[in-house]
Each structure stands twice: as C-alpha cells, then as structure tokens.
Design a protein around this ligand. Structure first.
Ligand SMILES: NC(=O)c1ccc[n+]([C@@H]2O[C@H](COP(=O)([O-])OP(=O)(O)OC[C@H]3O[C@@H](n4cnc5c(N)ncnc54)[C@H](O)[C@@H]3O)[C@@H](O)[C@H]2O)c1
Length: 287
C-alpha cells in the first residue's frame, strides 16, 4: 500500500512491537504489515520473532527483527537508537511483551513478584523512556502500552500481575496527561484486553504447590474468548482513533463498568468468579 492510497494512517510509518514472537504481538505485526507499516519487531525468544518477521515480509514492508529482553535497560536504550538509525525515524511503539504468574500473596516468593513487575511494568518504562525522544522527534508519535483487564479489576492469585498491570495503567495515563500539557506531538493509548487465545497462560509460571498446566488449561477453556487477530484489530482501530483507552472484548467492558459503579462489590465478584471458574485454586486443590 502506498502513502497516497492509505486511508488507515499506518502506511510508511515506522512501528516498534515488543513480544512480537507470539499471540497479540504477532497478530499486531501481521495486521500492521498488511496496512503498509515498516516494523521493528523484537522478542526475548529469537526464533519466534524470526517467524513473525517472515510472515510480515510477504507484505513488502521493511522489517527489522531482534532479540530483546525488555527488562535489560541498557540494551533497550541502545535498541531504541539502533531502530532510529536503521529506519531514520520512529512513529509508534507497542509495548506488548508480558508474562503471567499464578500465586497467592501468602505463598509466592519476592522473586516471583519482582520478575512479573520487571517484565510487565519496568519493561514498559524502559521502552517508553528509551523511545520517547525519537517519538517526539518524529512529529507524529504514539505510545501504545498493553495493560490488561487485570489492570482494571483484581483477581485472586494474580497479585503480581494485577500490580504490574495497574502500574502500567497509572504510568500510561499520567504520561498522556503530561504530553497533553507539554503539547509534544505524541499520543498515548492504554490497552486492556480481556481473555485472548494466546500462549500467555501456558507460558505462565506458578508458585510452589500450584498446578501451572492445570490452571493454564482452565484459563484457555473458560476465559480465553477472543482470537489474537480480533485483539489486534481492536487495538489498531483504537490507535487510529487516538483513543486514551482501548478495551478488548465485551467482558473487559462489562467488568470495567462494574469496577467503576461498584468498586468494592467488584472485588467480591472477582473472588466469587475465581471460585466458580476454578482458575486460581489454592495450593493442593485441583484446577
Ligand atoms: N492473552 C490474554 O488473555 C491477555 C489478556 C490481557 C493482557 N494481555 C497482555 O497482552 C500482552 C501480550 O500477551 P499474549 O497474550 O500475546 O502472550 P504471549 O505469551 O502469546 O506473548 C507474549 C510474548 O512476550 C514475550 N516476552 C516475555 N518476556 C519478555 C521479555 N522479558 N522481553 C521481551 N519479550 C518477552 C514472549 O516471548 C512472548 O512472545 C502481554 O502484556 C499480556 O500481559 C494478554
């Protein structure tokens, strides 16, 4: 697609996607390549990001694929400069890389909590700070940070994940306010997906005594409602409209509403739901 025929606003733009080797990141990459965007794709898993790059190259766009662990701050700062040098500019970053962990506060270790915060929150901070000067310099920048439905409501067994996704939301919403005040040419969008059929639950770790595989099966069966392509399309539509918040899935919209009209009641509802769905069993209980 050339710039003249582009009514979507993505053709010819340079977009950066983390966690592009799987799930939502891969679907975003393929969709955005189809819209004519040049892509800097990265993932901690080098093989998977190469597969995504091969899927995108068919669209005739420029693709740069790299191994990047977003928790590595110095490497992330250097990566931002590499991407800028490679493409000459950077317009949008999709901070999508993330991990999940199951564990109750009573039983999970400090290390487990820190790891989730490192990837899901500090990864977003590292990427945002590394790329922000380049996005401002582009004159038409956009930061898209992927939080979660669990950045809107809490759920038993997800304290570390909840904390990381609420933190991502707070960081992102504040960034948006600051850029509105500074009038820098960068838009900001926070994404809150509901249950998406990806590898996130299967890749998740679990605290000692929990059956990680069983919990993942329960998540996949009962909560993963939407395809990654549906998530990508919803996110792209929100980015095109420069939305502050993008909620993916009816359940994200319904639970967001519940958390706002009944903040205390929504906590009880989440606890009750987890028992009903048996997604976050206590140590020793079968999933
Ligand atoms: N799938 C869902 O139901 C769901 C719901 C809400 C939010 N999310 C969020 O969406 C984002 C994408 O998740 P997904 O569902 O596509 O999962 P996924 O597991 O399919 O993909 C996540 C990708 O991130 C990569 N990754 C993990 N740690 C990394 C690191 N340190 N540095 C760089 N890359 C790393 C993984 O290798 C993987 O390719 C995550 O932030 C996740 O928390 C997912």
């Amino acid at each position: 697609m050339n710039k003249q025929s582009d009514r979507t606003g993505f053709a010819g733009k340079v977009l950066v996607i983390t966690g592009a080797g799987s799930g939502i990141g891969r679907a975003l990459a393929v969709r955005l390549a189809g819209l004519g965007a040049d892509l800097a794709l990265s993932d901690i898993d080098g093989d998977s990001v190469e597969v995504t790059a091969a899927l995108c190259e068919g669209a005739g766009v420029r693709v740069k694929a790299d191994v990047l662990d977003v928790t590595q701050r110095e490497r992330t700062l250097a990566y931002a400069d590499e991407v800028r040098a490679h493409f000459g500019t950077v317009h949008q970053i999709y901070n999508n890389a993330g991990i999940a962990h199951y564990g109750e506060v009573t039983h999970e270790s400090f290390k487990e909590i820190e790891r989730v915060l490192d990837v899901n929150f500090w990864g977003v901070v590292n990427m945002t700070k590394a790329f922000l000067p380049h996005l401002i310099a582009s004159g038409d920048g956009h930061v898209i940070n992927v939080s979660s439905l669990f950045g809107l409501i809490t759920y038993p067994g997800q304290s570390a994940y909840n904390a990381s996704k609420f933190a991502t939301r707070g960081f992102t919403e504040c960034l948006r306010q600051e850029l509105l005040l500074s009038r820098d040419p960068v838009h900001v969008t926070c994404v809150h997906p509901g249950g998406i059929k990806t590898a996130v639950a299967r890749n998740a770790t679990a605290s000692q005594g929990l059956d990680a595989a069983g919990i993942a099966r329960a998540f996949d069966r009962r909560l993963a409602l939407h395809s990654p392509e549906m998530a990508a399309d919803t996110i792209i539509s929100g980015v095109r409209r420069r939305r502050a918040r993008v909620l993916v899935g009816a359940e994200a919209k319904a639970l967001d509403l519940l958390s706002r009209i009944a903040p205390s009641g929504s906590q009880r509802f989440g606890a009750w739901m987890s028992r009903l769905l048996r997604i976050a069993p206590r140590p020793g209980a079968a999933a």
